[in-house]
Ligand binder design. Structure first.
Ligand SMILES: Cc1cc2nc3c(=O)[nH]c(=O)nc-3n(C[C@H](O)[C@H](O)[C@H](O)COP(=O)(O)OP(=O)(O)OC[C@H]3O[C@@H](n4cnc5c(N)ncnc54)[C@H](O)[C@@H]3O)c2cc1C
Length: 390
């Protein structure tokens, strides 16, 4: 009994341009990313060349203004591209999402001069970005961060340690949140720091459960000097900028999660239609058929939710609540679907000979990054019931 080959996702794309873009993305994924993904992840190799290729192909600046080198694509298109990339290799899909997050501050809060000077290289000139909010002692409570930026004449001197930084040590630029004023959210300012700045160094990458090809490292700022021209937005506006970036970034994580879940479902269907027990394909057994049906339904629901949030964003309407809902639901779906995929493959699912176990390890991190799913519930509840009273 032959395995049933996965069908490409039937996507709703708004324009012919977006459809052409998808042909390019699928071709690139099949040629450059999918064939080596398992081996590269196993070896923990960071795919720098792939990011250069994505930049050359215009895929590192898709949702940004074409006047500054971006692709001018609506978020609903950009997110579906992320989904395709993440399905092939999460290190790449999430890497693009984090790069986009790192560009958000300058693209949306920078002056025209700053955007003209830096954005073209960031969006399509081969540079790769990192976003530095978390610290060893401030994760969910990000507004309590301690890294400091002190004004000295026309410069700022940044000192402190950032934790868990995706692309830490390999990024060409770092969007950094540092304290310039008193305690709390209002004392934080954003800066754009070049990767080769004196005093900037990265620790050895963390040894992670999954996404091993994506370096995650502490980044130390030891008296890093940047000019005031690299301050983004007003003094004290940094936390609002960081949260605005995260609203959009969370949608990227949601799309990546659906990509991983879709890849796991495809693997499960293909295996279940090929593997025989009791003289029949295991896909004949209702116990598994219903499991596959539930997995597919959860994926479609997740995709629909992130697209709803994206379309609100594209229409210039508030989307923060829906972004938190999409991040929560899509990443929980990825965890559930990938766990079920391992179950469908039985003992083989528990081995590295099949990608199901990799998808399961990758899904876990998506419930944690860019606000844990507990934090997403807090965000949603605040939209419903207002801020907590104490
Ligand atoms: C692979 C990876 C890549 C990352 N990349 C980046 C990056 O590029 N840039 C960056 O800035 N950060 C990055 N992070 C950091 C990530 O955003 C944080 O790990 C996350 O925000 C959680 O912070 P924490 O790990 O300090 O956990 P904590 O905040 O210590 O939370 C621990 C647990 O307590 C729960 N918790 C905390 N507060 C509450 C509350 N009020 N109510 C209920 N539960 C609560 C959390 O949900 C969690 O379960 C990355 C993390 C990982 C693992």
């Amino acid at each position: 009994m032959p395995d049933r080959a996965p069908q490409p996702v039937d996507r709703q794309l708004p324009t012919d341009e977006a459809r052409d873009l998808f042909s390019l993305v699928r071709e690139l994924v099949q040629r450059e990313i999918a064939p080596s993904a398992a081996e590269e992840e196993d070896a923990g190799r960071f795919p720098r060349g792939t990011f250069s290729l994505l930049s050359e192909s215009g895929l590192l600046g898709l949702p940004y203004d074409s006047d500054f080198g971006g692709g001018n694509q609506p978020y609903e298109v950009y997110l579906q591209v992320l989904e395709e990339l993440a399905a092939a290799r999460l290190t790449v899909g999430l890497g693009v999402s984090v790069h986009s997050l790192a560009c958000h501050a300058l693209a949306n809060f920078g002056t025209k001069e700053q955007r003209a000077e830096h954005l073209p290289a960031m969006l399509g000139g081969g540079l790769l970005g990192a976003y530095c909010l978390s610290e060893p002692s401030s994760g969910s409570d990000a507004a309590s961060l301690r890294s400091k930026a002190v004004r000295e004449g026309d410069d700022w001197v940044i000192t402190g340690t950032k934790a868990w930084i995706t692309h830490g040590g390999v990024a060409d630029f770092y969007t950094v949140l540092a304290r310039t004023g008193g305690e709390g959210a209002r004392g934080i300012t954003a800066f754009l720091v070049p990767g080769d700045a004196e005093g900037l160094s990265a620790a050895a990458p963390e040894k992670k459960m999954g996404m091993k090809g994506s370096p995650t490292a502490q980044v130390h700022f030891d008296g890093v000097r940047v000019s005031d021209a690299r301050r983004i937005g007003d003094e004290g506006q940094g936390f609002a900028i960081a949260l605005s970036a995260l609203d959009s970034g969370r949608l990227g994580i949601a799309a990546c999660a659906i990509g991983v879940a879709q890849a796991a479902l495809d693997e499960a269907v293909s295996y279940a239609t090929g593997r025989e027990q009791f003289g029949r394909p295991i896909a004949d057994f209702q116990g598994l058929r219903f499991m596959l049906a539930d997995m597919a339904t959860q994926i479609e629901a997740g995709r629909a939710l992130y697209l709803t949030a994206a379309r609100l964003r594209d229409a210039g309407r508030p989307f923060s609540k829906q972004a938190a809902m999409a991040k929560l639901m899509c990443t929980d779906t990825a965890m559930k679907v990938t766990t079920d995929a391992v179950q469908v493959l039985g003992g083989y699912g528990y081995t590295a000979d099949f990608p199901a176990e990799r998808y399961m390890r990758e899904a876990k991190v998506l419930q944690i990054v860019e606000g844990t799913n507990q934090i997403q519930r807090m965000v949603i509840a605040r939209h419903l019931a207002g801020p907590e009273t104490r």
